[in-house]
Design a protein. Structure first.
Lengths: 342, 351
């Protein structure tokens, strides 16, 4: 029986494992964390249908129980070597594993908002990230720096995305709609709270996104301001003072808010960057490079080495899952080819 | 404030053998500061620092107001470097923040465009038959004091502590734009949360006030003041800062820029005259010190030798809080011992 190693137990890794196992392939799934699906577990509800993230996580976790999948949590694969006919995987403790093909699905990490010092994350309690807000929404406890219900919450798009200063010129793709979703949740959970979103331009590209954007304005009174926030500072009473420019009005703007939510973008995870280097498939910004985005987007150009999900670029969960299915098919094709050759 | 991440941004600061360049305006605004800096380095820290009487302007204000062409500024800067080179020094310490910015910028341009460096060498040689080396290290004096803040702390007689309450003094720090906003990596702590003055304040027992308009312009802003019609902008910027810091009740303001110290101090008088408003509870205003004055006071230097009587907002109440002795009779005594006529008192700002 042919063996495939999958590195990363996120949506892409699990979905690919599930599809391959159903095809009779023996799958070894490695995850450096002690639990799978950490990036989904951090979320409350998912756009555009406000489905609980936990439901998706439970569905995906259930797939790990299928025959043919062996999961290894707490195992950090740090090196990959092509041996001529198979891949040797080496973990951080020096243990080795062998397989006929490897799928890298090491995913993303969120941008570290500390790097945008001018926005005060880690300095002022009233400045949080979209991930922090997701936790607040999840636990039904949206509070300001003093522990009180906020009267005004302000979201800032493109923190660590489309930003030359932080070295990330690309769009993270999901933050626009995530801010709309979170602003709606804030108004739902804290009636009377004002929510504003500062944006460069809103990219409502997905099915249902535009409708959500309209609903946020019409039903929940969320206001959208075109402008970047240049600086945040704490006020004497623990709120956050913002300076910006309303570029539609052409006027400078100063306002005070209870919470400033930084919509942090997606970056290649440390694991993605490291494996990209050792396999010589590093692309732009540390994401993995594939042969071509049009027809061979799971193939890396190296025999038996494939990539799926957000290790390649920012993606939604459904994009990652579909990409993983496509990767599984490509791997199956590859395994069939080497069977014939052998 | 201590241990926050921005104090991790450090820059290279030489340990000894400095060539000092004085400022055009600081000796008028803060007449004791430069002398105090030299004294601290020589007497307290036992360092070698050279003060050449042939030095001159860096053209900074003219350069930033577009009345001096770039080529001229480069040649003038080159002449100053030639004095340093002639005396065998490699570590350049310009007193003024704008000079620091100008030198850093010229060196950067020379590095990026070697043809400009060659042209400058040619111009300097044609003009005065001089040659120069680019300094190995350019540090502002506030960098140097920051670098030796712990050594100085060990010699200080006083700390930034209110002797009546035992609590740290609340200090507003303000960094000149040309210190780190042109080249963030040339400033300790970089541009968003510069640590150069904050590090001194913390090392000497005080507490830094982090107020909303901390990064806002001091009010000088070159064209806001230098173009007479714009001076309303200058006052209003200073007012915005003072209003923002007022609720925190700072004990004093410290700055590393001549313009910032000047305008944060003098405009308090103007605002008091215009609006009958002062930014402390009792109506005396918030004292504004240079970092050399702050260090000198804590080292036990005489407040009047440091030149505190030249400031608009008078410092006696601050001296009382720290416990620094002073003789009121000596306040307006000249260097040769004559008692000079005291200045007129303003109507609205108490002294």
């Amino acid at each position: 029986m042919k063996k495939v190693s999958i590195i990363g137990a996120g949506p892409a890794g699990i979905e690919a494992a599930s599809v391959l196992a159903k095809q009779g392939v023996q799958v070894m799934l490695f995850e450096k964390s002690e639990t799978p699906l950490k990036n989904i577990q951090d979320k409350a509800f998912l756009f555009p249908n406000f489905q609980a993230a936990q439901e998706i996580a439970d569905d995906l976790s259930g797939k790990l129980l299928a025959d043919g999948i062996t999961s290894a949590f707490g195992v950090d694969i740090t090196d990959l070597k092509w041996q001529g006919t198979e891949w040797k995987l080496i973990d951080s403790k020096g243990q080795t594993y062998v397989s006929d093909a490897v799928l890298i699905a090491t995913g993303y990490q969120v941008f570290d908002a500390h790097r945008k010092e001018e926005l005060g994350y880690g300095i002022y309690k009233g400045v949080i990230t979209s991930l922090d807000m997701e936790q607040m929404i999840k636990h039904g406890k949206i509070v300001n720096a003093n522990g009180d219900q906020p009267k005004r919450v302000t979201f800032l798009q493109c923190v660590g995305s489309r930003d030359e200063k932080s070295g990330n010129n690309y769009c993270s793709k999901l933050c626009c709609v995530t801010a709309v979703k979170q602003a709606i949740e804030v108004v739902k959970q804290v009636p009377g709270c004002e929510a504003s979103v500062f944006y460069m331009d809103l990219r409502m590209w997905g099915q249902g996104f535009e409708e959500m954007y309209r609903m946020a304005q019409e039903k929940y009174g969320v206001s959208f301001v075109r402008g970047r926030i240049s600086e945040a500072a704490a006020t004497f009473d623990g709120r956050v003072q913002l300076k910006s420019e309303d570029t539609l009005m052409g006027l400078p703007l100063k306002m005070t808010t209870d919470l400033l939510v930084l919509m942090v973008g997606m970056e290649a995870s440390c694991g993605t960057k490291a494996l990209g280097k050792v396999c010589d498939i590093s692309g732009e910004y540390g994401f993995l490079r594939t042969v071509t985005p049009h027809l061979y987007d799971n193939e890396t150009g190296r025999p038996g080495l494939f990539a799926a999900g957000t290790c390649k670029r920012p993606m939604t969960i459904w994009d990652s899952v579909n990409d993983a299915r496509s990767a599984a098919l490509a791997i199956k094709d590859y395994l069939d080819t080497i069977r014939i050759e052998n | 404030m201590a241990n926050r991440f921005w104090n991790e941004y450090q820059k290279a600061i030489a340990d000894d053998h400095f060539f000092y360049e004085r400022s055009c305006i600081r000796q008028t605004f803060f007449p004791g500061s430069e002398t105090a800096f030299l004294r601290m380095l020589r007497e307290e820290l036992n360092k070698d620092i050279f003060d050449d009487f042939r030095q001159h302007t860096c053209t900074g204000i003219g350069y930033h107001t577009d009345v001096v062409p770039l080529e001229t500024t480069m040649t003038v800067v080159a002449r100053l470097f030639s004095l340093m080179t002639e005396h065998g020094y490699e570590n350049y310490v310009p007193s003024c923040v704008t000079s620091f910015g100008v030198f850093t910028e010229m060196v950067h341009m020379w590095q990026e465009h070697p043809e400009l460096l060659e042209k400058t060498r040619e111009n300097l040689y044609k003009a005065c038959k001089r040659e120069f080396n680019i300094p190995k290290n350019i540090a502002h004096p506030s960098d140097v004091i920051y670098h030796f803040r712990n050594e100085l702390a060990a010699k200080m007689k006083y700390r930034l502590v209110n002797r009546f309450t035992g609590k740290p003094l609340k200090v507003v720090e303000h960094i000149g734009c040309h210190y780190a906003k042109i080249f963030p990596d040339k400033g300790v702590g970089k541009a968003e949360f510069p640590y150069v003055l904050a590090g001194m304040i913390e090392a000497w027992g005080g507490e830094v006030v982090d107020y909303p308009e901390r990064r806002h312009c001091c009010g000088f802003g070159f064209r806001q003041y230098l173009v007479q019609e714009n001076r309303g902008y200058s006052v209003s910027n200073t007012k915005k800062k003072l209003e923002s810091m007022e609720p925190y009740e700072p004990d004093f303001i410290v700055s590393n820029c001549p313009g910032c110290s000047m305008f944060l101090d003098r405009w308090q008088y103007t605002i008091a005259e215009l609006e009958h408003k002062t930014y402390d509870r009792e109506g005396y205003g918030i004292p504004v010190l240079t970092y050399e004055e702050m260090a000198g006071l804590l080292l036990g230097y005489d407040p009047w030798e440091l030149g505190l009587q030249i400031h608009q907002v008078q410092a006696e109440r601050l001296l009382d809080k720290i416990g620094i002795p002073y003789n009121p009779k000596d306040k307006y005594k000249s260097a040769d011992g004559k008692i000079l006529r005291a200045p007129e008192k303003p109507e609205n700002l108490l002294v």
